[in-house]
Design a binder for this molecule. Structure first.
Ligand code: HEM
Length: 499
């Protein structure tokens, strides 16, 4: 046959094949927000980058009780719509809807984090287990570090107001407070260590972007060449490995009888590594990964809450009264924090109102999954819940678009509602920490830590925004929800302040 004819036949057959494949793929039977066509969907994917909130809300309103899909540059994500669907999603077992596979796909963890941690994420059981069980013992150190880090972040100007760019300041406070109980003094205050930890989120993001645009066949090759995370891990290891080695040596020296071992994440990771026949390297990687999951989410969350306080200084008085009362009764610590219902409610409302992501409860279909309404989600598809739309749904919350700081503490006044409305309690209507078996295991620590930061600020400072005093709007980058990153909060040391 004429070679030209073969080329023409192939050119004609290729789009036909694509069309047939699309017709047979159940993914394309799920309604799309934006364009579904092969080329125009890229335009919608770009639009999603700047208009994710509106697109997710559009899908949620149109397809509530079912599902819709939104385009990313390299794939479609199916979004379940409404509280009942969130509940359905979280109930699927891991061999049908996998959290680990979804996280791997979203972050390309095997290439952008560390292969070892991807294959053995041992920080997860350690955070869920001994780290969380020992929170009461950890909190005095967290409080001490918060006080010290806040002193360093907010210049002392006597009784004058001083403006501080809040997000980077809060990020450093959270980084120091978390690492005080991840690895301890003096490293948690070491500027080089802090810079590596804080830069790591960007290192992973750069690698992830490259992997997103790399064709599947080339991923193993390109993945191995990505420099950023590997360099960060090398620098992190140079600082951390000697301390981890020492922890291993101490365990060998004391054996199981080591009664007064340091209470921190490093110790429990070492214990876990030894119990599972692993060496110090995996502990180093697990420490960096723990920072990756903890610091960014917590810094964003505490900044969101701080912005509500600065925009509405009248919220401070009832919080102060409650915090001072609890400290008078118990001294500072986990017991006092657990009695601060208004503060707990304030933080929970901030998570509901803002959150860190418009999509939560992320899973990957490992097999073809048929939902209760008959929709088939083909194997390999990423699925998530429309978190922001759920949280702003009037059926779930009265006056959902109003920031109502004490709505949850008011609900807790009813004896039967005590547990349901706490900061850490997830539900189909409340998914900032995900929901179900894989709900964030760090949320118990995060709750105590973030409340410690806000309590410290409320007790020691008056806070406000300059100008018209309004809270700067949040910024969305695709589904990520960020507070304004450059806004200044003005602080004035209170005369009656304790520290
Ligand atoms: C306010 C701060 C935080 C927010 C908003 C947050 C949010 C989340 C979310 C949405 C998930 C996925 C859950 C799902 O899809 O069902 C998650 C998972 C996780 N988070 Fe957090 N997180 C926070 C703080 C922390 C902290 C402080 C730690 C560690 C101390 C941590 C450790 C983890 C880990 C290890 C996972 C993976 C869980 C698994 O694989 O089962 N997080 N987090």
């Amino acid at each position: 046959m004429d070679a030209r004819l073969i080329v023409y036949a192939l050119l004609l057959a290729a789009p036909l094949l694509i069309l047939v494949r699309r017709r047979m793929n159940p993914l394309y039977r799920i309604p799309a927000v934006g364009h579904s066509d092969p080329f125009l969907s890229y335009w919608s994917a770009l639009k999603f980058f700047v208009n994710a909130r509106e697109m997710l809300q559009e899908g949620y309103s149109k397809y509530r009780g079912s599902v819709f899909r939104v385009p990313l540059l390299d794939r479609w994500v199916v979004v379940v719509s409404g509280a009942a669907m969130n509940e359905q999603l979280r109930k699927y077992p891991d061999d049908q809807m996998s959290f680990i596979d979804a996280a791997e796909e979203l972050v390309q963890a095997k290439y952008t984090i560390a292969k070892q941690v991807h294959e053995n994420p041992m920080h997860i059981p350690v955070i869920r287990g001994p780290f969380t069980k020992n929170l009461a013992a950890l909190m005095p150190d967290v409080a001490d570090e918060v006080a010290s880090a806040v002193r360093d972040a907010i210049p002392d100007t006597g009784d004058e107001w001083v403006g501080v760019v809040a997000f980077p300041a809060m990020t450093r406070v959270v980084c120091r407070a978390s690492n005080r109980v991840f690895i301890g003094l003096p490293l948690c205050r070491n500027p080089e260590y802090i810079d590596i930890v804080l830069g790591y989120t960007k290192d992973v993001a750069k690698g992830r972007f490259i992997m997103t645009i790399t064709p599947i066949l080339l991923k193993p090759l390109v993945g191995r060449l990505l420099p950023w995370s590997a360099n960060a891990l090398k620098k992190f290891s140079a600082l951390v490995k000697p301390i981890v080695d020492e922890s291993f040596r101490q365990f060998e020296h004391h054996g199981k009888q080591w009664e007064d071992k340091p209470k921190n994440l490093l110790t429990w990771l070492t214990e876990e590594a030894k119990a599972t026949g692993n060496g110090p390297e995996i502990v180093v990687s697990a420490l960096l990964s723990s920072n990756f999951v903890a610091i960014h989410t917590s810094s964003i969350s505490v900044t969101h809450a701080l912005y509500h306080l600065a925009a509405c200084p009248e919220f401070a008085a009832p919080l102060r009264e409650e915090i001072e009362g609890a400290i008078r009764r118990h001294g500072w610590g986990k017991q006092a924090i657990s009695e601060m219902w208004k503060l707990d409610s304030f933080m929970r409302e901030s998570q509901r109102f803002n959150g860190t992501s418009g999509v939560s409860v992320i899973r990957k279909a490992v097999v073809d999954v048929r939902l209760a309404d008959g929709t088939v989600i083909p194997a390999g598809t990423l699925v998530g819940a429309a978190a922001d739309a759920t949280h702003w749904d009037e059926d779930n919350y009265d006056d959902a678009a109003v920031f109502s700081p004490f709505r949850f503490s008011d609900m807790r006044a009813d004896e039967g509602e005590r547990v349901k409305h706490q900061f850490v309690s997830t539900s189909p209507e409340y998914v900032p920490f995900g929901h179900g078996k894989h709900a964030c295991p760090g949320r118990f620590f995060a709750g105590n830590e973030l409340k410690t930061v806000i309590a410290h600020l409320v007790l020691n400072y008056d806070m406000k925004f300059d100008g018209d005093g309004a809270r700067p709007p949040n910024r969305w980058f695709a589904a990520a929800v960020l507070p304004n990153l450059d806004a200044k909060v003005y602080f004035r040391k209170r005369q009656a302040a304790s520290a």
